[in-house]
Design a protein around this ligand. Structure first.
Ligand SMILES: [Zn+2]
Length: 304
């Protein structure tokens, strides 16, 4: 069926179909990132050539962000939307994208970057959407691995150079400086936690597998029976049994999850809950490296 011309014209007016809106030569590239860590990395790469906003706070579970009208406005004006992908934002981002009526930042648009396409994904294809699992496309919590965050940073730099070629050199230099700082910090983090390779840990959500993979921690159980499904008494009993058998003492969880169950389990195991920040507090001037620094501090403290 042919689309009536009047419909094409009205879709073009509201920006639902691709119409070129060239960016003024000297304006900042307006970047919107779904989570604070991506916002921080994008700002470090783009420097003065970009303005960056995060759609969620480090105190918010990125699976369940409130799709407020103020977020629609940010997306309506954005030149680039950077997402974690792997359906992390599936519950809230698509509706915001639709409401923003900005053709650039729709999936597949020139101003959309799904960072997960730049990394190797863990737990891809071994989950069961029908049972409420919120990781149906693979585990989306890869930013806890600085090696993968570095790959994501490169993808951001390349994307910026593509949409703003006049400043491609700035973005390449921004990426090089970030990568150097990240590599230096990573060597320090690895040295500090080298003694804990093989240490058994329990986690609340399945968000720490990339970190465990990077540092060689042994994630023996998760309190959520499936990602996104709250702990049940029978599952918690099983976790305590496994934790005792494996000698786990530490329960890792992001500060945005309730810690009642974690505390109960830690008490039974004679250990402690380690409450970790879910992302960089960019509002307070924190960077991705600062966030990971804090995380390594808390981990080193808990594991010793
Ligand atoms: Zn998750």
């Amino acid at each position: 069926m042919r689309t009536p011309l009047v419909l094409v014209a009205s879709l073009a007016v509201v920006g639902l179909i691709g119409v070129a809106h060239p960016r003024p030569a000297h304006a900042d590239v307006k970047i919107v990132a779904t989570v604070p860590d991506l916002a921080s990395i994008a700002k470090e790469i783009g420097g003065k050539k970009v303005s960056v906003t995060a759609l969620s706070l480090p105190s918010q579970d990125p699976h369940f962000v409130d799709a407020k009208p103020s977020l629609v406005l940010k997306l309506a004006k954005a030149d680039l939307l950077i997402a974690v992908g792997l359906e992390l934002e599936v519950g809230w981002l698509p509706s915001l994208q639709t409401q923003a009526r900005n053709s650039k930042i729709q999936a597949g648009g020139a101003g959309f970057l799904d960072c997960s396409t730049s990394i190797s994904v863990k737990e891809a294809g071994n989950t069961d959407r029908a049972k409420g699992d919120v990781h149906p496309s693979g585990n989306p919590h890869y930013l806890y691995d600085p090696r993968r965050a570095g790959k994501c940073a490169k993808a951001i730099a390349d994307k910026l150079a593509a949409i703003d070629p006049d400043n491609a050199k700035t973005y390449a230099a921004g990426y090089a400086a970030f990568a150097k700082r990240l590599d230096g910090a990573r060597a320090d983090w690895e040295a500090r936690l080298a003694a804990y390779k093989g240490a058994p840990v329990i986690t609340y959500h399945a968000s720490w597998i990339y970190l465990s993979d990077w540092l060689g921690l042994d994630q023996v159980a998760t309190l959520e029976p499936k990602p996104g499904i709250p702990p049940t008494p029978s599952h918690v009993a099983q976790v305590i049994k496994t934790g005792k058998a494996k000698g786990a003492k530490v329960v890792l969880q992001e500060a945005y999850y309730p810690d009642k169950t974690g505390k109960l389990v830690a008490k039974k195991l004679g250990g402690a809950v380690v409450s970790l920040p879910g992302g960089a507090d960019v509002g307070q001037g924190e960077s991705y490296v600062d966030h990971m620094d804090q995380l390594v501090d808390k981990l080193a403290d808990a594991l010793k």
